[in-house]
Structures are given as C-alpha cells and as structure tokens.
Design a protein around this ligand. Sequence first.
Ligand code: ADP
Ligand code: MG
Length: 739
Amino acid sequence: MPGDPPPLEFEPSTPLQFLPGMGAARAERLRRLGLRKAQDVLFFFPREHQFPPPPTKVDELREGQPATFIGKITDAELVSRTPGKSLFAAIVENESGAVRIVFFNQPFRAEQLTLDRSVRLSGTPKLAGLRWEFSHPKYELIEADEADPENAENKGEILPVYPLTEGVKEYELRRLTRRVASVLAEGAKEVMPASIREAAGVRLRDAGIELAGDLPDIATTLRDIHCPPSAETLTAARTRLIFQELFVMQLALAMRRTSLTGRLQAPAMPCTAKIRQRIVRRFPFELTADQNRVIDEIAQEMGRQFPMNRLLQGDVGSGKTVVAIFAMMLAVASEHQATLMAPTEVLARQHFQTLRKILADSRVRIGLLCGSLTAAQRRETLEKVASGELDLIVGTQALVYDIDFHSLGLCVIDEQHKFGVRQRVRLREGGVDPHYLVMSATPIPRSVAMTQFGDVDLSTLREKPAGRGEVHTYLAVDSWRDRWWDFVRQRIAEGRQAYVVAPRVGDETVASDSTSGSTGDAADALDDLDALDEVEDVTSVNRTFEQLRDNVFKEQRVELLHGRMKAEAKQDVMQRFADGEIDVLVSTTVIEVGVDVANATVMTILGGNRFGLAQLHQLRGRISRGVHAGYLCVFTDGERSPEESERLKVFEQTSDGFELAEADFRLRGPGDMLGKKQSGLAPLRIADLNRDVEVLQVARMMAQELIDEDPDMQADEITGLRDQVLRRYGNRLDLGDGA
Ligand code: ADP
Ligand code: MG
C-alpha cells in the first residue's frame, strides 16, 4: 500500500483494559495468565491446536452421517401422555435453517434446553418428514456470541487451545489473540535473520523434522500460531518458535562455555605412551575398550591448559573408578595433586582402600579426610595437603571442598546424582583451576545432557567388564517370603553373602539418637551425608534386623548398618562384610551408592514400592559386581499405586541403566532430574525437552557454530538475538561479563 500505514488501533504497549471491547474486569482476569499489555497477548502461545470438523449447514446434512450443528432454541416442548413416558422436542435454528432434536423419557432435558439458549449439537441426523431430526444428540450449551457464525470455531478452522484461568473462556481468548495478532504481528521485531532461518530449515529437515521450507519470519509465525490457515503453516510456525526458544537457550550455554574456557587456566598435564602404560600396568585386569576410549578422551583434555569439565556416566558396575584412578595418577605423574570426593564416608573409605591396594608399592602418598578422624589427625592431614606432602586426597565432599591444596590439578567427584550447579573447590590466590571429572551412575537423558549439561562434555561407559554374572530380578508377593528366605540361606551356604535393604517409611519421624554420628566439630555433622538421609527409618531397620536375626537367619552372621551409626562402627561393619565375616547385612540405603563387594550376590529389598527407579537400580548394582549371578527380590508393602506398579514393572524388565533413566524421565518428567530450582535455566514456553529432542540437537549444533565464529555475538544482524539471550539467560548463567 502506498503512503503511510494507517495508525494502529493499539500499540504493543497498550494495557489490556484499553483494547477494544475489553474493559477493566476482563483485563483483570487476564492478568492471572500473565497478560498485561497487547504485546503479551501476541506472545501468549497456544498449548496445542484442535482440528474440529466444521459445523454443518442444514442443506449439507446427510442421512446417517455424523454432523455438528450450532444454533439457538426457538421452540421447545415436553409432552408426557402416560406416567413415566415423555417426549422432549425442540427446534434448533441458525441462518442456514432449523433442525429438530428429540429425547425420550428424559424430562430433565427440558430444564437445560430452554427457549433462546444456544447449543452445539452433535449426532447422526435422520430425515423425519421435512425436517432433519437428531435423536438423543450430544450437546453443549454455549454463549450466544459463541454461536456467531463468524467465530473461528464455527467456520471449521484450526483452533488454538490456550491455557485458561477462571473466568476466561477459550473462545474469548481466541478472539483476543486473533485480534491482537492481526494488528501487531506485522510489526513484530525479527531477531532471527533470514540466513539462520534458512540454514535451520535445511538442518531440521535433514534431522527428519516435518517442515516444507525455511523457518517462517516472525510476522508469519505469530499470525499462523494464533490463527493457522492450514496444518502445514501451523507446523512451520510451531517449529520456528520451538527452535527459537531452544536456540536462544543453547546460545546462552555456548556463550558461557566459551567464555569459561577462555577465561580459566588449568595446569596442562600431558600423557605420554610411557606414562599411560606405567599407570595401566597397575590395574589387576585388562581395561575394557570403553574404559580405554574414555581414558584417551580424558588424557587428551587434561593435556590442555583449559580446565576439563567432564561428566563420566556409566551404569553401576561399569568400572568408573578405574578411569578416575587413571586420571588421578596422570595428575600425580605431572606433580600435581588430585582429589576424589564421595558422598558418604563408607564410599570414601572404600575408594581409599582401593587406591592403597593399587598403589601399594609406589611412592604416591594418599590421604583420607572424613568425619571420623580426630581433630589432631585432621589437622595433620590438612597440613600435608597444603604443603604438598600428600598427592591424592580421598574424602567426603563436604570436607574436601573447602581445604587448601598445594597444587590441585584434578578434582574427581563420585556419584553425583543431583545435577545442580556444581560447587567449585577453593582456589588459592592466583591459583589456576583444576580439571574436573564428575562421575554418575544415573545416566542422563539426551535432552537433559544437552541443556543442563550444555557446558559439560560427556563420556560414557556403556560396556561392562566381561564375565559379569547377570542379575535376576523378581517382583515378589508376600506369600513368597518363606521360600525366598530359603533361597537366600542356600546361597549363603554356598559361600555367598546377602544384603537386606529395609523399608523406608514415608514421613514417620525417626527416633532421634542425638549422640550418635558426630564425633568432632560442626563440620562432622555435614560430612556424613548419609546421616542426613532424612527418610531413613532407624526404628524400622532395627526391627527388621532383630526379626531376621532371631527368626530367619538364626544360623547366619547378621549385622546392621545405617547412617546414624557412629562412623567407626559403620566402617567396621563394612570392612567385615567386605572380608566375608558377615553373611547378611541388613541396611538402609547407605549401601546404595558405590559399595563394591563382589561376593555379595543376593539382595532383598523390602518396601520396594517406596524407592525411585534410579535408587532401585543403584541398589541392584551392588550385586552385579562379580562373576556370580545375582538374585534380587523386591517385596512391596501395602497396596501399590498404579505409578508404583508401573515403576516396578519397568525395573523388573530392564536392567540397562540407560533405558531405565529414559523410562524414569518419561514417568516423572524432567523436573526431578533437572532439580528445577537449581537448574539455572529459564522455563520453556513452547518447547518440550522430551518431545523436541531432535530440534534441540539442531539448535545446539547451530548455536555452537555461531558462538565459535562470533563468541560475543557482535555481528549486527544478530543483535536482536543477542539481546534475547541476555535478557532470558544473562543473569541466570552469569553471562554479563562474558558478553
Ligand atoms: P562403578 O562404575 O559402579 O563405580 P566400579 O568402578 O566400582 O564401578 O567397578 C565395579 C567392579 O568392576 C570393581 O570391582 C572393579 O574392580 C571391577 N572392574 C572395573 N573394571 C574392570 C575391568 N576392565 N575388568 C574386570 N573388572 C573390572
Ligand atoms: Mg562407583
């Protein structure tokens, strides 16, 4: 159109109450959806779309063909000739004509379908004389203005479905968004230049995403998402918005990653073939191909001056510890210190023993830091760490994070299941960052790895060391108990050992034994994470223990382990179990992580319905560590909820940790895993990490390429995009100074 465009009816910044036909009361209700200004409405995206068949006009009705008809009741009559028998009939009319509806013996219809009400009918009509008749149709009473033939609903158009709030009807929102889009979409600011939309279109199609051409521009997108003219344009619009949301997120993550690697310096600790060989020689077994591959990945990265930030994921029993030990010894070979942190003292001590065994005849000096040390022992250890007299320091996380190292080169964190923003070790004034290696047996679904872990490299151990006995998992009913205990006694008679994991009972409070656990200063309390295990039920595990000792395993050596025992007592029990001096270990989930006793092959889980999938799998991992087949029997208590049944079924059928993690993700959603509050990522408005993982992959690749080329996003054509990245993620990801 030539000349100036006509002035707009309203501007993006116009408050809602000043929109045509709005009014203060309705505007107030819309505020609950977060809508304040016209602009907000433009970016208020539908949850989904419906494709309802168009309502039928009278002359389009066909005998026996289902149809929808919308109109107003212009006549209604309830006839009742004999008691108990009635006929209700009404005429429903619109501009195309009138139909009749009838209900037999349902007199209450007369109360709903009153004169002048508007209704939407659906059913299969018949010709009765000259009129079409719907007998017992389905119907919905609607507002008079909903029946307006000009409404999208009444024209057979694709319908957006918006999130609603009380007092706001779907058709009202549709009308509002349609109006706003028709006025404002054209002027919306485009942040994705055509070159990016085009490239993304190609990549997305290559990835198998259904898309006809390039990603549409923003004006088209906004118009089509609110009032799509066709299924195809709708798909294009949705794909663009999903892509954009994920692209912005991935740009933020890529920027952070790049700015971190540019800023930080780590000691380079190169690995020669000779060093590698010298380290590997110490292991009592051949490394698996996977272990070798991951060791290469790690060695290569540790050889550089940028801090490694790597997550090593591998199913329980896949042999992560060896990889960690390799990395630690590589650090020592370059005359740096390395630390290995575990979440519990039991596990820290186990790692300490493993290292001592492997390094028995070497000059490597190893220290242990955990809650049960005396103050004097602790002081001595800390001094040696600070002066460099210790090379390897194994300890519990809470203690190790805050100590002074002489020259820390590598920090390994074992069994990190909560994927929050990671704490960093304390650095000396002017010191360089260490390399980080985080290990987890809870595999991370691809989508989570690409978001939460956007700035972390992943290594994966898929293969397990050869010769592993398989674990048989049984989901038991109570009547099996006696037979199962027989079975356990037989295995013990053959020389094996058994775990019994006692139930945790929901919120039942634990009879607190305040003198147990801590032996030193305040830090001790923090040290012992398993003592903080708030749902652990000591009463119940005690009872189970006594009952099993006195009735079921009279002839066997039965001991108890739980997080509230004193550290030395715990250690003593673990040691004797490892040495084969205990047949049955009755325990809480203290043994959940990492504990490695190859001769223990039978496990009983009581109250298994109360455990999460990841936890069950961790527990099962305790008995899949040796050459003997493992046997796990899960008992449940009380009625299982449908969720619990589903979870247990998946657990029984799958022993692959990766499959389980994906299933868990499906069953629970990403919430838990991302640890929402700490995830540092903005909530997504239209993308869904589960559903849109392919788009996510493309967005991630393109984001990294863009940032590699233009780390601070300085190019003119992407300033809009850059603003969006900073607005949405700047504070959360601390991008301010990097940009
Ligand atoms: P996780 O990955 O669960 O931490 P671990 O590192 O504790 O697993 O290893 C589990 C067990 O497998 C340990 O007893 C370890 O000694 C053994 N192991 C690790 N790698 C190999 C291998 N390549 N061959 C044989 N046994 C191995
Ligand atoms: Mg482990």
